[in-house]
Structure formats: structure tokens, C-alpha cells
Design a protein around this ligand. Sequence first.
Ligand code: CP
Length: 310
Amino acid sequence: HKHLIDITEYSADDIMQILETAVTFMEVNERKIKKVPLLKGVTVVNMFNEPSTRTKSSFELAEKRLSCDVLNFGGKSTSVVKGESLVDTLETLDSYKIDMVIVRDRHAGVPRLISQHTPAAVIDAGDGKHQHPTQALLDLFSIWRAKGSLDKLHVGIVGDIGHSRVCGSLIPALKIMGAEVTVIAPNTLLPARPDVLGADHVTANLNEALPELDVVYMLRIQRERLEGAPYPSLREYNMLFGLTREREKFMKPDAIVCHPGPINRGVELDSYMADHPERSVILDQVYAGICTRMAALYLLLGGSDNGLSA
Ligand code: CP
């Protein structure tokens, strides 16, 4: 693959190759000297036109630990605010002979558009409500490490499905890897056509779904994308769809809790569950972000063909 824009272009073998490479990078990250010269001389542009904590910081660290030259660029500090188009901006950056662009944008489709105007490889770091493929990879990695396998695992994804680019990549990725997926949400937070998601089951009853689930994946209510007063209200939402301490009794004893972050504590997830020492893998997901992004960078930039081994 040249780009990582649409996870459905990746097979189970492709995904497993990334996850296994990420294990190698986990070992690198845990060494005293974390930096390796595998991508020395490779120039990567991080173009973040929308806020990010986890994705931006982990891409930048992943690039630096692989010895890339890194250019952080985007948002309000660029000449886009003076009216320069995205394509002109890209062509300007291309003059520097860049090798890869990591792009986050509020508009769906921007990473694909960029890939049509640059010879550089492109990774989608989250585009509108569309996809977030490296989030899916780090989620798969965390679930695989915690549960030992992805095949036949039952994963419930709870909450603001309609606004979620995480779902846009995670649901197809879980299906590619053989998992069963249940979506749990009020109708008002589903996409107009829930069938497009490809989930096996859709329900609005969290209490009924919980006993079946091996993984409970909670989504953030995206207040910035909700127009007017949300329905249900945040308080009602917590009562009906929040993973609360009281709801733990419905969960399998070994079920784990995931969340892509950032968390609205007290809305979709109570602190008791977010910080649960046995169940929560949320900080493991953050750490997986570095390892899987190192793997994706390495494999996309010819790492497996360049005669170097991690
Ligand atoms: N999960 C995720 O994409 O977080 P950020 O928006 O902070 O990058």
C-alpha cells in the first residue's frame, strides 16, 4: 500500500502485519534508547487542521523515534487563513520534496484529495465524520493484546455513532478481523442509514447488550458537532447509555473497556470505569498509538523492502 486512507483497502493479513510490526516497535519503545535510524532522511509533514492531542503527539513522537525529519504545519497559523487553497498549499510543500503527509481535517475526503495532488504517501489522521484508520489500528492492537485474539470476539460500540469517524474505520476493521460488532445508541445518534456501518446488530438497550460483550468500546459525545440541545440531554444520556459503576454488574467478568479519548467524564463514562484497574485499557490504547503509528510509517515508507529490520 502507498496510502493509509481507507481501512477497507486493507486485508486481514495486511492488518496483522501492521499489528505484528507494532509489537516489534513496542520492544523498541521499551528500550533505554528508543530512537532507531530506520527512516533517517525521510521528511514527514503533520498537517493538523483540527485540534488533536493523542493523534498529533503520537505521530510526531513515532516519526522522531524512527529518525524522520518532521514538519508540523496546519490550522490557523498557515496562509490558508488568507485564502490559499489546500491544493496550492500542498503543491508548495511538495516543492520541499516531502515523503509523507499526515492529515487531519474537519472535512471528509480531504486525505484522498491530497493524495491526488502529491506524489507523497498520505495517512488519514481523522477526516470529518468519515474515517480514522490509525485509531482503528491502535484499537485492534489494544484489544488483540488484552484478549489474545480478534476472531469471534464480540465488541459493543456505544454512543455517538453518527458523528464518529472512529466507527467509520473501527467497525469495518473489526469485521475484516472476524469480530462480531454490536452498535448501541439512541436513534438520534445513529447515522441516517445505520446499515452502511456494517455492524452485525444495532440496539438502544445497553443493559441487555452488556452481558454478551467481550469489549465495551465507549465513544465520546461530540458536542462540537451537535447542533442545538442534544437529545437525549447529557444527563439522560449518562442514565441510558453511560458506562457507570452500577452497570458493571451486567458485564462479563473479563470484559474490557475502551475509549478513543478525549473522555467526557460523567457523560459516556464514569471515572470509576474509565480508571478501572482490571477493565480499562484506555491508557494502553494511547501507548498503542505510538507503536502502531511507527509500524504504519515504517511499512508505508518501504520499511519492509529497505533491507533494514526493526
Ligand atoms: N482519539 C483521538 O483521535 O484523539 P485526538 O483527537 O486527541 O487526536
